[in-house]
Design a protein around this ligand. Sequence first.
Ligand SMILES: *[C@@H]1O[C@H](CO)[C@@H](O)[C@H](O)[C@H]1NC(C)=O
Ligand SMILES: *[C@@H]1O[C@H](CO)[C@@H](O)[C@H](O)[C@H]1NC(C)=O
Ligand SMILES: *[C@@H]1O[C@H](CO)[C@@H](O)[C@H](O)[C@H]1NC(C)=O
Ligand SMILES: *[C@@H]1O[C@H](CO)[C@@H](O)[C@H](O)[C@H]1NC(C)=O
Length: 387
Amino acid sequence: MVLKGFLKVFVGVVLVLNFCDGIRWLSLQHSNIKWNLTSLNEIGGRGIRSGIRSPCGVARRRYGLAKLQTKLCRATMEAMPHVEAAASLASTTCKTIFQNRRWNCSSIDKAPFLTPELTRATREQAYVYAISAASLTFTMAKACASGSLHHCTCANPPKEPPGENFKWGGCGDNIRWGSNFAKKFVDTVEKFNAKSTRDDDNLELQQEIKTYHDRKMAKLKGHIATINLHNNKIGRKIILENLKTQCKCHGVSGSCSIKTCWKSLSSIDDIGEQLLRKFTTAKEIQKRHVLIEGKDGERNLPKNELIYLMKSPDYCTKDEKLGSVGTVGRRCNVTSNGTDSCRQLCCGRGYRTVVEEKIERCQCKYYYCCYVKCKTCRTFTQIHECS
Ligand SMILES: *[C@@H]1O[C@H](CO)[C@@H](O)[C@H](O)[C@H]1NC(C)=O
Ligand SMILES: *[C@@H]1O[C@H](CO)[C@@H](O)[C@H](O)[C@H]1NC(C)=O
Ligand SMILES: *[C@@H]1O[C@H](CO)[C@@H](O)[C@H](O)[C@H]1NC(C)=O
Ligand SMILES: *[C@@H]1O[C@H](CO)[C@@H](O)[C@H](O)[C@H]1NC(C)=O
């Protein structure tokens, strides 16, 4: 059943592929599912397995969770509110980091529907996968440390010996658990995608793949899944590479004669920025270098880089088939010479200047006793919008 969904292709001038399920869970940022077990008991008769009205069943049908994610949802439902939070975090971070660029990550809010630039293995897709994996790792690691999950607690103290003037203690963010959870939750889907294309014993698939065209599509699906897996890994890794040591002083009257330290996460904005650097240096990979055969799929891929398969459009003009909404009407900055400058954002088409009127309360005065009186002020600001 799942494969049928995966293999459904729409043939246009450019193919829109409909099988990258790994980030559909980002749609949970819009969910208002009640994640508690009592809601399960409200289902008359058929119990958890019916999966019809259980929170995880709803997540599957309405928010595009993959089959394997739904299974994990049932097994660790207490983690789901944090998965939701991670989806919001990924979305907010991506939109903040890209707000001044032509592609500004607004399409992330369309999940579970994925626009073409997030299914064709582009540079933008690489970023979204990495930030999603990073956000999930981040959120879960913090959830463990805050004691809100039964499945995990604070991190074990680091293996490296403590410094001369401190010992390990406190409560470290549990990156190991967070990273494992993220791996399970996000990677399972892609692994399934990668594997199913090379599984000769899979009868259902063999029946699906009848024509040459289908076979080519199935292979491409395997390539894209392998690339997604790689970018997920970069996202988890960057969290690990950015741990900070935090300390607390003890001792008589704040003398700091005893210090305990633990490892904690850096801010998510930091992580987002670092991934942006990797976004700008991302490597284009040739299909023939992506091995979907065997365990060595990773062997030919650059260890510390985000990777992509297909070149991105310039995102200047609207082209739905490529996932570009264009920059007409975007606000630009005339004094900047960065990505938000009118020259870059408007792609040389020029801009129009609009005067925006704001009506505000102002010059407020306090009168004895007891009220405040304000005037109404009008302010005018010039804003610039791409033609
Ligand atoms: C489960 O969710 C419902 C609806 O939000 C709430 O009224 C109820 O108190 C929750 N039960 C538990 C055990 O949290
Ligand atoms: C992002 O781009 C879209 C499409 O051009 C636009 O509607 C939206 O306002 C932009 N968001 C920001 C924060 O600039
Ligand atoms: C425009 O860019 C300049 C220079 O980078 C910056 O100082 C200013 O705050 C920007 N203005 C707006 C409205 O973002
Ligand atoms: C514009 O770019 C030049 C060189 O690329 C740089 O030296 C200058 O500081 C920039 N100006 C602003 C306002 O960002």
